[in-house]
Design a protein around this ligand. Structure first.
Ligand code: PLP
Length: 431
């Protein structure tokens, strides 16, 4: 499979090159040269297939012959080492729980897949290695640290804003050791992100083979399509149209869902539910894409002012706004509305949603009014324990500590302090 840059000013590359580079040399996102619909027989027989078999059929056209079949199957098996329950919380409304992985957020799927692809590509090269450089506002760092732990010939450097991630999130990035280093930045998430961007452009760091593990990287983004297939498998028996609501930040999840639809998963409609960082809802209303700097909210993994994957969504609809609007709605919600939704869900059904899932629920309920025949699914993107400072007081409950979290609670934190870009550069050159 060939990948092209959405800035159309860089050479086409292979899957391997796209994974190793992250971003094209013209700073464009890579996009697959073709997306081929799976045969009807695949969807007719999907109930009889395991998650691993479904994922293999879905991803193989994007990998081509660059990873041997047996190894790709092994990578998929290691990626999907946990379950993806689809839980009915009220009549016709389902929560797709994406938080049963090692770091309890959906980012485990993409991080595990990408790490193993890079590990494979490095295995046949002598003394070659990559440095994965990533900025995190919370969940990406933990998933990338866990996913890449012990992967040969890959060093991982994670920048996080000091004092601005939750205690559990900080432990997930700072306690692993081995090939994982956490750099604690005296600043905000935007400062971390700016430093990472600067490093990618820095000629003097070329020899470090830097790549990203955000959803701009195709190996982090594409496997996120898997759980749209799994949900279809789980809900097919109802024989009703499916409407998905994705709580959206960089729009990687929802964009992967649209790819799944292109490949034949019968999805009637998508909702991108956002917090007050509402660049896309405003675009749909006003027809103008006008990004703004991000504002802090309770659903902080979605505090994104300029969603990086939106350009991929526009490519999927070939910039045809009218076609796009038939399939896609987007709504924004305040923190107050989010807290009310969390309480309502809990009172009505006893279900504990965290702020991101609650935003997804709100978007779903709004759009379902236009789809009375449909079943609605919202993505529950993280486990409530990761946002316990919000969830416990809002619902007046005490959450039990899940077994994934318990072992890190008494491990030693280890991080390197970084004040500015010079510090980061010196660290990368010396290590
Ligand atoms: C990353 C993240 C999101 C946003 O996902 P995108 O694919 O960037 O839109 C939503 N919820 C949680 C909990 C996240 O960690």
């Amino acid at each position: 499979m060939q990948y092209y840059s959405l800035n159309h000013n860089a050479p086409n590359v292979t899957f391997q090159e796209a994974v190793e580079q992250g971003l094209a040399s013209d700073k464009g996102l890579y996009f697959p040269g073709s997306i081929t619909r799976l045969p009807d027989s695949f969807f007719e027989n999907i109930e009889k297939m395991s998650h691993e078999e479904i994922a293999f059929e879905a991803i193989k056209q994007f990998v081509g012959d660059e990873i041997p079949e047996a190894i790709l199957k092994q990578i998929i098996a290691e990626t999907l080492c946990f379950d993806f329950p689809v839980v009915e919380i009220e009549s016709g409304v389902f929560s797709l729980e994406l938080f049963h992985g090692p770091t309890m957020a959906f980012k485990d799927v993409g991080a595990r897949f990408m790490s193993r692809c890079l590990g494979y590509f490095n295995s046949d090269k002598n003394n070659s290695y990559n440095t994965v450089l990533v900025a995190t506002s919370g969940d990406t760092g933990g998933a990338v640290a866990s996913g890449f732990l012990g992967v040969p010939s890959v060093d991982v450097v994670i920048l996080y804003p000091s004092g601005k991630v939750s205690d559990i999130q900080e432990r997930q990035l700072t306690t692993l050791g081995q090939n994982i280093t956490a750099l604690e930045v005296d600043g905000f998430f935007d400062d971390c992100q700016d430093m990472v961007k600067k490093a990618f452009l820095d000629e003097s760091l070329q020899h470090k083979n830097l790549t990203s593990a955000n959803s701009i990287n195709i190996a982090r983004w594409l496997p996120q399509m898997f759980y749209f297939f799994f949900t279809y498998k789980a809900l097919k028996k109802y024989n009703k149209p499916l409407v998905f609501s994705c709580p959206s930040g960089n729009f990687g999840n929802i964009c992967a869902g649209i790819v799944a639809k292109k490949m034949g998963v019968p999805i009637q409609h998508f909702i991108a539910a956002t917090n007050i960082n509402d660049t896309v809802p405003r675009f749909l209303k006003e027809g103008k894409y006008n990004p703004q700097s991000s504002k802090a909210t309770l659903s902080n993994a979605m505090d994104v002012g300029n969603p990086s994957n939106f350009i991929r969504i526009q490519e999927l609809y070939q910039n045809d706004l009218a076609e796009f609007k038939k399939d896609f709605s987007s709504f924004s919600f305040t923190d107050e509305e989010t807290l009310v939704a969390m309480k309502n869900i809990f009172e009505k059904s006893g279900y504990v949603a965290e702020p991101h899932g609650a935003v997804g629920y709100l978007g779903l309920k709004q759009e379902l009014q236009n789809h009375p025949e449909a079943i609605g699914i919202f993505l529950e993107t993280a486990h409530p324990i990761k946002f316990l400072d919000t969830v416990e007081p809002a619902l007046k409950i005490k959450l039990p500590i899940p077994m994934q979290i318990e072992p890190i609670l008494n491990k030693e934190k280890w991080s390197v302090s970084v004040r500015n870009y010079e510090d980061l550069k010196n660290y990368l050159i010396q290590n």
